[in-house]
Design a protein around this ligand. Structure first.
Ligand code: AMP
Length: 548
């Protein structure tokens, strides 16, 4: 093969913030701090402080490849760590604080984190686990001297601002192989221990380039982005990298994720685009609905992490004029795989047809390839009807878990190409729009026929009295499994079991209608805001259906 004669410039994370500094130096990064106030900085200042922090970390003995963990909200100091740690060839390990403390300690030990930086909110949590984390040499409280506790159970607790000040801002980002590890996240596995996903500079930069495209998240220098999705949930879906790459203003909400605080920030900072899981928008919409508010600048929002109910898409689109961008991905995919944007041929369609299309998870971003296969591993047709296991491949898709945990996760096809099995069950239509019917573990198998729990839930939450609904399999002597609908009502709303079951008439086949409805005060949510169906299945494992 003849090699091309172009420069070999490595794709590195530091190049993103360098670019933002040079070309969008005055674009703002606004954070609501844990301390309560609003903080303003720019990409220029953020790059300067990140370089200073990178130098300080080096002086404290954090070497190439060392893992530096964070337990922090979305804020500018967390963003500085994103660049300071990865930019200098170390690995940023973002930890989800909503996990059980024992699980957090397990993750820290498994990753062999050398330093752990955390927000003031998490001081009690970190104090509880510190003694169980022998690999950590530096504990850094992400605040200034004035907010440091008078005493702490953590010996030699460092103050972030003092640590940063000990570095020099004449530090220059080093260049290195783009395949160097940059960051890691652990997947909150439903069974067994969490598994580490180790991203590289190359995978992160390629993912950012693809994510910013018009048919993906469509972000530009003219946007103001507020990621509600936490920086500990798959790197806030890549937005902390995409924002400096395109040079848009970035607004970080800190710990204040309730509807009222978010709405105020959207309006005050003239946010144009946001991103988060459906449960977050439920909180926001409850606030705007109750106070009859409208968004003056927000024109679109990315919704993913779990299926976005059609009723939510409709409300955003029709009442608020906010375009919903339904997207799908997973930790193992950095995370973006698909986004639901229209093709030219859809533009003339009716509003109803467009809404129907938007409930699908969408088309793949260039770079990701996908297919669906049956139980025999054979490819299934793209007809929008056949459903099977969804497999993906691409330069920002995982090849192997950290430390080889769980063995080889890939499946090799006849042509010798490796595919990552997502664990999702989906259809793909002739236009390439993928639609998740279920997580394979959540599918309900009734007499050999599959019932999509997502479809049943979407219908339930379209009922005005329903706040949240989960459909799980309950054991049945004849059919093996039958759907049981678990419902959390809206405050002060009334609906009976019979009314809810009648609500399914004409919407699904008779045999897909749940056999029973149970009302609960709350539906348990996992660490990333998704319904914890494993917990519900456990809770209702002995449930006796009236039809049994
Ligand atoms: P995680 O790695 O924790 O982000 O979880 C990834 C999983 O979340 C996927 O494999 C899907 O099961 C689910 N998921 C993510 N986005 C969507 C979506 N838009 N619709 C349905 N399920 C989704």
């Amino acid at each position: 093969m003849l090699h091309g004669l172009m420069m070999q410039m490595p794709l590195t994370i530091a190049s993103l913030i360098e670019h933002a500094d040079r070309h969008h130096g005055d674009a703002e990064v606004v954070s609501r701090r844990v301390e309560g106030d609003i903080h303003r900085t720019t990409y220029r200042e953020l790059n300067r402080r990140s370089r200073q922090l990178a130098d300080a970390l080096g002086r404290s003995g954090i070497g190439a490849g060392d893992r530096v963990a964070t337990i922090a909200w979305n804020g500018y100091r967390h963003l500085e760590l994103y660049f300071a740690v990865s930019g200098a060839g170390r690995v940023l390990h973002t930890i989800n604080p909503r996990l059980h403390p024992e699980q957090i300690a397990w993750i820290v030990n498994h990753a062999e984190d050398r330093a752990l930086c955390f927000d003031l909110t998490f001081l009690p949590l970190v104090e509880a686990i510190a003694a169980h984390c022998p690999t950590v040499r530096h504990w850094v409280l992400m605040s200034d001297r004035a907010h440091m506790p008078a005493a702490s159970k953590i010996p030699d607790l460092l103050c972030y601002e003092e640590l940063l000040a000990s570095g020099s801002d004449s530090f220059v980002w080093p260049e290195f192989d783009e395949n160097t590890a940059s960051s890691m996240c652990y997947t909150s596995g439903t069974t067994g221990h969490p598994k580490g996903v180790l991203y590289s500079h190359r995978s992160t930069v390629l993912h950012s380039l693809a994510a910013a495209l018009p048919d993906a998240l469509n972000v530009s220098a003219r946007d103001v982005i507020l990621p509600v999705v936490p920086m500990f949930h798959v790197n806030a879906w890549g937005l902390p990298y995409v924002a400096p790459m395109v040079g848009c203003k970035l607004v970080l909400p800190g710990p204040h994720l309730d509807g009222k605080s978010l709405y105020e920030l959207f309006e005050a900072e003239k946010v144009t685009c946001s991103a988060g899981v459906p449960t977050v928008w439920q909180g926001l919409l409850a606030h705007t609905e109750a106070s009859n508010l409208r968004f003056s600048t927000m024109n679109r929002t990315v919704i993913g992490g779990s299926a976005c109910p059609p009723a939510m898409i409709r409300l955003f689109e029709e009442k608020y004029g906010v375009h919903v961008l339904h997207a799908w991905g997973m930790t193992e995919m950095s995370p973006l795989g698909t986004a639901c944007t229209f093709k030219s041929k859809h533009l003339g369609q009716s509003a109803e047809e467009k809404l129907r299309l938007q409930t699908k998870q969408g088309r793949v971003l260039y770079g990701v390839d996908m297919k669906i296969v049956g139980d025999d591993g054979q490819d299934l047709p793209w007809d929008g009807k056949a459903f099977g296991d969804l497999l993906v491949r691409g330069p920002w898709v995982l090849r192997e878990y950290f430390k080889g945990e769980g063995g080889d996760p890939l499946k090799t096809d006849a042509a010798g190409r490796d595919w990552f099995p997502t664990g999702d069950v989906a259809t793909i239509d002739a236009d390439g729009y993928m639609h998740i019917t279920d997580r394979s573990k959540d599918v309900i198998k009734s007499g050999g026929e599959w019932i999509s729990s997502i479809e049943i839930e979407n219908i339930a939450v379209a009922h005005p009295a329903v706040a949240m609904a989960a459909c799980i399999a309950a054991r049945h002597p004849k059919w093996d499994e039958r759907p049981l609908l678990v419902v959390m009502k809206k405050p002060n709303a009334e609906v009976t079991r019979e009314q809810l079951l009648a609500h399914y008439e004409g919407k699904v086949a008779k045999w897909q209608v749940p056999d029973d409805v149970v009302f609960v005060d709350a539906i348990p949510l996992g660490a990333t805001g998704k319904m914890l169906k494993t917990r519900l299945r456990e809770q209702f494992k002995d449930y006796r259906l009236p039809t049994a």
